[in-house]
Design a protein around this ligand. Structure first.
Ligand SMILES: [Zn+2]
Length: 267
């Protein structure tokens, strides 16, 4: 009997470390910036990828926000909704084809909107090796990406707006200052000219950034920049905004914890 009690205690402790149900909710006036990559099923017989949120789960996320009184905004609308309750900005990184084929119709169905941080040189570009040369699996390069025509349609639908995510998705710490500036600022101009649109927000590639990078963005025409640091929008500046991670490894309970508390757990 005592063993059963101890086992149960250990289970409860581990469960509570993995899922912080007991943690205080973050204030509802703190905007939630959701971070997605692909809306896609897992690849059979491969390790689960956090980057792939299933279409069914993505719809459950949208349904949750919609049914619980959250308002969807684009990143360019962040400032005007400051301090309002239950504001959520859906964001996608990189530019995967499913953002058009799967996410766009679902976003329309729930009257939602989103910001797409688009890599300009995204076809046949396995940028994961830039951060870690051992990552040379080719998997990322073989993922289908959005064409310019898809992007035009996404913008014309008014569901999506574009954000900058550099030209080639470099590993910023490897670049000289001038090259960084080129990647970070020039991508905005290229996107604006190509798609005849306004680009006001930026996402640091791999979520990796330094004070030098923040200063480049501050000194440019961008009005905000997002990282991959987990959390809700707090008192940090507009140029190192935290995001709530939407992970393909999560169940729906974990998703809700992330939205309400800013993170899922400690283990
Ligand atoms: Zn990226």
């Amino acid at each position: 009997m005592i063993y059963l009690a101890i086992t149960l205690d250990i289970f409860l402790i581990l469960f509570s470390l993995k899922y912080v149900w007991w943690y205080k909710n973050k204030d509802m006036s703190a905007t939630r910036i959701m971070m997605y990559h692909m809306i896609a099923e897992q690849i059979p017989n491969e390790k689960k990828s956090g980057l792939r949120v299933s279409p069914l789960m993505f719809e459950k996320h949208l349904e949750y926000f919609s049914n619980n009184g959250w308002k969807f905004i684009k990143m360019s609308e962040l400032e005007e909704h400051k301090d309002q309750n239950k504001i959520v900005a859906i964001t996608f990184d990189d530019g995967y084809l499913d953002n058009y084929s799967i996410a766009l119709p679902l976003l329309k169905k729930y009257n939602a909107c989103a910001t797409l941080y688009l890599v300009i040189d995204r076809h046949n570009n396995d940028w994961s090796v830039k951060k870690n040369p051992k990552h040379n699996s080719g998997a990322l390069a073989s993922e289908e990406k959005l064409s310019d025509d898809h992007i035009l349609e996404m913008l014309n639908s008014n569901v999506f707006e574009l954000g900058g995510h550099t030209i080639t998705h470099p590993y910023l710490p490897n670049l000289a200052l001038e090259d960084k500036k080129y990647e970070m600022i020039q991508c905005k101009e290229i996107l604006e000219n190509k798609f005849n649109t306004q680009v006001t927000s930026f996402a640091y590639p791999f979520g990796i950034y330094s004070n030098e990078d923040i200063n480049i963005i501050k000194g440019s025409d961008y009005s905000s920049a997002v990282t991959t640091e987990e959390g809700v929008v707090d008192n940090s500046t507009l140029f190192d905004l935290k995001r709530v991670k939407a992970s393909g490894k999560d169940n729906f309970f974990a998703f809700k914890l992330r939205v309400l508390k800013g993170f899922r757990g400690f283990i």
